[in-house]
Unconditional design. Structure first.
Length: 586
């Protein structure tokens, strides 16, 4: 078996991945599995489907077309690593073999937005009964039904306490939000005989419950859950259990619990203090009276600490986002000072990310690469403006002053603990594999791998980008130079990785002038990278830069096209208005 997903490489969802289980719809409408807020993308743009042992990308008659690489397609069999271009957005299709444990959980669909592999049935039951979650939890310490004597009561109570304590210890130790969802559901399945499980969280913007995690006992099966149960649990803070729904008089004929052959279902609210976060839903299918009251007690006992852990993980994610945004602001300040190399920071970061992916670095390491690339030239803040802004070649003396920037950057970061992992990207990206680099003249593997990887991306951009005193070289010539200097200037492994990325088309769109020759293109007003405009692009449309990922409004004057940066607040407001307009058109 294989695990397949689409990774978003540009735009607001950059870095997020969407698992493919049978089918993944893509478009601008909110009801798509992958919603891309891009005016050049149709409301129902394309779909990726697994059928007959292959995974196919199919265009749904979109206005601007679907592309694999630079080739427009109607239907296409995808291979791992394929780059998909829809509107101004770039995505990568990835496929990898599953381990034994992963294969048993292949139905898991972790989704950041949208309902993923979950379908809500809107038909409702007539009398859903529930109890406040706090009241249910109180019965946890009461004698189990059917307990024969005090010894058995004590034994069973101790077993339940041990199980819940162990589960809570595991849940509360996790800080990564996506991993936390998996841990929570894993512990629930250990203690409760569930067939399907879903975690849904409240989205403050839409006001709706959004599917965050799904686990199913059936591979590639769409999980249909009862909206009546979920809404009741969330809105009233109630824990709900159903018994043998096929014969349960509380539900009308045709209600979702009956129509989906759910024999038993339970739902418990997720909360932290007085804040309602969402719900945990579990069900079984085809097993009469699968859940009993003690199962609901266990679910509530786990949902309480799970809510606290989820809130803490959300705080951690917010802090990480604030940290990344702060570093980007700092990098922007350097870019604004050194306007002759504007866009360099973002292109180098993107080149190095592709090299790191090619080398098989982990997702955690890729996050580090992204931030290390953003700050690799931060030491230039200590270099005089007269040198940074000089339009001619530097003298030897001026170059010596530029050469201090790796050390200056490292000094800026050395006393800030959370920046320490980024120091190698800054300090060693001008070292050479043959020992003739600076600042220390390190050789071979004496140079940390972070510096060796970034050095290749840094040099490739320096060769291909325009400077006031010379025009950038053709990328093929740059690749030839990289090839010729393997083992001398560059680590051979890193150089080969960049060459493979270039040959497979993974970095074409990052190049500064890649789209300049296009009949209709504009330069990004922030980073100077050229943005290709589709023939249908109209004045006033918004596009996204492939390199710095900023939103740009397309304008026209005297038959010339140009771009203007869109303020983030205006962009968010426009996206919301577009969604409301689409709903009105209905």
């Amino acid at each position: 078996m294989r695990k397949e997903r689409v990774v978003v490489l540009t735009g607001p969802l950059q870095g997020k991945s969407f698992d493919i289980n049978t089918k993944l719809s893509i478009g601008r409408n909110p009801d798509n599995d992958l919603q891309l807020e891009d005016l050049q993308i149709s409301r129902q743009h394309a779909v990726i489907e697994q059928k007959d042992g292959a995974t196919m990308l199919r265009d749904l008659g979109s206005g601007n077309g679907s592309f694999v690489g630079e080739r427009r397609i109607l239907e296409y069999k995808l291979s791992s690593g394929d780059l998909l271009h829809l509107g101004t957005q770039e995505l990568r299709f990835e496929s990898e073999a599953l381990s034994g444990d992963e294969a048993q959980e292949a139905a898991q669909k972790a989704v950041d937005e949208g309902s993923g592999g979950v379908r809500f049935d809107d038909s409702t039951g007539s009398d859903i009964e529930g109890a406040k979650a706090s009241n249910v939890f109180e019965t946890f310490f009461q004698a189990p039904v059917g307990a024969a004597n005090d010894s058995k009561i004590l034994s069973e109570t101790q077993q339940r306490l041990r199980a819940v304590y162990k589960a809570n210890e595991i849940i509360t130790s996790e800080r990564d939000l996506n991993k936390l969802f998996e841990r929570v559901m894993e512990e629930i399945f250990q203690l409760i005989p569930a067939h399907n499980g879903v975690i849904l969280l409240h989205d403050p913007e839409s006001g709706e419950l959004v599917t965050e995690y799904v686990r199913s006992g059936s591979e590639n099966a769409e999980v249909t859950i009862s909206s009546s149960i979920v809404n009741r649990a969330y809105e009233h803070g109630e824990a709900i259990i159903t018994f043998d729904a096929a014969d349960d008089s509380r539900f009308e004929a045709g209600a979702s619990i009956i129509s989906q052959n759910i024999s038993s279902a339970m739902c418990a609210p997720l909360a932290c203090q007085d804040e309602r976060l969402g719900v945990i839903y579990v069900d079984t299918r085809g097993t009469t009276n699968a859940f009993v009251d003690s199962d609901l007690e266990l679910l509530v006992a786990l949902s309480g600490p799970s809510g606290v852990a989820i809130k803490n993980a959300q705080y951690v994610r917010q802090l990480e986002k604030a940290y990344e945004d702060t570093l980007i602001v700092l990098a922007n300040a350097i870019e604004m000072r050194d306007h002759y190399t504007v866009g360099h920071t973002w292109r180098v970061t993107n080149f190095t990310l592709e090299v790191a992916r090619e080398l098989g670095w982990s997702e955690e390491k890729l996050k580090e690469v992204r931030m290390g690339g953003v700050l690799h030239d931060v030491g230039k803040i200590a270099v005089d403006d007269a040198i940074l802004r000089k339009p001619d070649r530097l003298t030897d003396e001026e170059f010596d002053k530029i050469k201090v920037h790796p050390e200056k950057g490292a000094q800026l970061m050395e006393n800030v603990k959370f920046l320490e992992p980024l120091i190698p990207y800054c300090l060693y990206h001008h070292e050479r594999y043959d020992g003739k680099g600076y600042p220390y003249g390190l050789k071979g593997e004496e140079i940390p791998i972070e510096g060796r990887a970034l050095a290749v991306g840094d040099t490739f951009d320096a060769i291909t980008s325009n400077r006031p005193y010379r025009k950038g070289l053709d990328p093929e010539k740059a690749i030839q130079i990289i090839e010729e200097n393997k083992g001398t200037q560059f680590d051979p492994e890193c150089a080969d990785a960049l060459i493979r990325c270039f040959r497979s088309g993974k970095i074409d769109r990052i190049l500064q002038d890649y789209h300049k020759s296009s009949e209709k293109s504009i330069a990004c007003p922030f980073c100077s990278t050229f943005i290709r405009l589709d023939e249908s692009t109209f004045e006033g449309a918004e596009v996204s830069c492939e390199v710095c990922h900023r939103a740009v409004q397309v304008l026209r004057k005297n038959d010339a096209w140009f771009g203007e940066l869109v303020p983030e607040a205006k962009r968010t407001s426009a996206a919301k208005m577009e969604r409301l307009t689409e709903q009105d058109r209905g």
